[in-house]
Design a binder for this molecule. Structure first.
Ligand SMILES: [Zn+2]
Length: 520
């Protein structure tokens, strides 16, 4: 060991404060909420943007006095060098804006550096995972546009009072040196800024994933599982104590690319028995990975390196980053919100600079769906799904030529609507009929359209409420059908309710001759 562990980057605290975390829903702005004229449901197609894998560029802005000290020129050069390395491993058509501060006073503790996304965005056009807090650099990459041009995409800090080594080249890696290796630390903090960040946390043996400290769940959080392969987020609603226990002892990154890169197992994350804010969950396990190729993202400095390792790059790919290092990528498209019973189409495409025309096998797995295998394809793939039950559905597409493989994951939310009300009634009485959406989503405006026998349609447009009601009265007896359609974010679903309207005994004597008169 030529490198002491005496100055770890342990205890990093996230540098995202609440005022920097802006939650936005840009999805509805670009969606045409469709008129509810019939049951042939057009599907909002969220096409993936052009997906080159040519790498990424970084624009680095150093903070100036008095907030930050003037950095030495060597630090400026070394950070640009580290960013350039990341720019060869991941792709974005949008330049990644880095805000960095050279300071003796890191916010949060005695560490070498910090790194965090500057902002998170939910449900932007092109987001593969619904209701997920995407670090903005990744959101920009996935949407193919700068979703917030006014702001930096990540915030870094480096300690100004550390004896740093600013050596760039790999020859440095084999020789003992004095000082902390700046490029290694910069690669590590850039990874956090790009989204290697879990925002679930523990307090008083309760697990949390909320908007208060850091937007949650991040794409990273989405793939964290315990040893039984149960997603940690699934404990959140009903068993936050178990979530806390897992965050302090059993968390692994279980995305399909990561499992493939880690010899078939989920990658163990750093989960000490005492929760360490900013360090627990957001790193690879120290003991498992400190001596190998994936040591960059362990929490305690464990050696000079110039590469994140295959597991960390696979984690980036599972989060949604496209790799630029020649590895195959899969890009999918599909709707984020789906109505129960609605037929939706999804597409998948292999994006791979090394592709030479060989047949590709696409395998679709999805919640409550039979696994579908499409072998021998040489172009993009397409599939349709229909879900009856509401809830979040995960869709994973894996493409392989038999040797190399890559996967992409989507998460969509299926909702349904239930109509209720009286089932029997009399003529010339007013009855109330109710509609209720499940799950109770108020992220997007909902348009309720009521259609009923012998009634004009009633539209209640763009409500941010999960229930609606309507009043109907009939002058003629008979079985009346009431249909409510709930449209949201380009998706649609409906339910049918029936009421039998009987004429009053007195009415019947009067009513029947009237019918005869009208029909002749
Ligand atoms: Zn770290």
């Amino acid at each position: 060991m030529y490198r002491s562990k005496s100055s770890p980057w342990l205890h990093e605290w996230p540098t995202v404060d609440v005022t920097r975390s802006k939650i936005r829903c840009t999805l509805t702005a670009i969606l045409l909420l469709l008129a509810t004229g019939g049951w042939v449901v057009p599907v909002a197609v969220f096409a993936a943007p052009a997906t080159p894998t040519n790498g990424a560029t970084f624009n680095i802005t150093w903070g100036t006095p008095p907030g930050c000290l003037e950095p030495p020129p060597e630090a400026v050069t070394a950070l640009a060098y580290a960013a350039g390395l990341w720019g060869m491993w991941i792709s974005s058509t949008v330049p990644i804006e880095v805000s960095v501060c050279w300071t003796p006073n890191l916010s949060g503790g005695d560490v070498l550096g910090t790194g965090a996304p500057a902002e998170y965005i939910y449900n932007f056009p092109g987001a593969p995972l619904v209701n997920t807090a995407y670090p903005i650099a990744l959101a920009n990459a996935l949407s193919g546009s700068d979703l917030d041009p006014a702001r930096a995409d990540m915030t870094l800090q480096f300690r100004s009072d550390v004896v740093w080594s600013f050596v760039l080249t790999p020859t440095h890696l084999t020789a003992p040196v004095y000082g902390e290796d700046f490029v290694t630390v910069a690669l590590h903090e850039l990874a956090h800024g790009l989204g290697f960040t879990g925002n679930m946390y523990e307090e008083w043996n309760v697990g949390f994933c909320s908007h208060f400290l850091n937007p949650c769940p991040t794409p990273y959080d989405r793939f964290v599982v315990d040893s039984a392969s149960i997603a940690l987020l699934s404990y959140l609603p009903n068993d936050p104590y178990t979530l806390a226990a897992r965050l302090k002892g059993d968390a692994n990154f279980g995305g399909p690319n990561t499992v493939a890169a880690n010899a078939g197992a989920a990658a163990k994350l750093y989960t000490p028995t005492n929760w360490q804010p900013g360090s627990s969950l957001s790193h690879l396990d120290q003991i498992t990975f400190q001596s190998g190729a994936n040591r960059l993202m362990t929490p305690i400095y464990s050696g000079v390196t110039r590469h994140p390792g295959p597991v960390t790059l696979a984690i980036f790919q599972d989060m949604g980053w496209l790799r630029a290092d020649g590895a195959p990528n899969v890009v999918t498209s599909g709707p984020p919100i789906i109505g129960a019973g609605q037929v939706v189409s999804m597409t998948g495409n292999l994006v791979w600079s090394g592709y030479a025309g060989q047949p590709i096998t696409y395998t679709w797995t999805a919640t409550e769906q039979i696994t579908t295998i499409h072998p021998g394809l040489r172009a993009m793939d397409e599939i349709t799904f229909t879900w009856a039950a509401p809830g979040e559905k995960r869709i994973t597409l894996t493409a392989t030529d038999g040797n190399a493989s890559a996967s992409a994951t989507r998460a969509a939310l299926v909702y349904n609507v239930t109509a209720s009300g009286s089932t029997q009634g009399n003529t010339n009485h007013t009855y109330t009929f109710n509609a209720a959406i499940a799950p109770e989503i108020t992220t997007f405006p909902i348009t309720y359209t009521w259609e009923a026998t012998d009634q004009s349609p009633i539209v209640h447009a763009n409500l941010y409420q999960t229930t609606d009601s309507v009043l109907f009265a009939w002058s003629m007896p008979g079985t009346k059908t009431i249909t409510v359609t709930a449209a949201m974010a380009g998706a649609m679903t409906y339910d049918v309710h029936e009421i039998v309207i009987e004429g009053l005994v007195l009415d019947k004597h009067i009513f029947l001759p009237l019918v005869l008169q009208q029909s002749w």
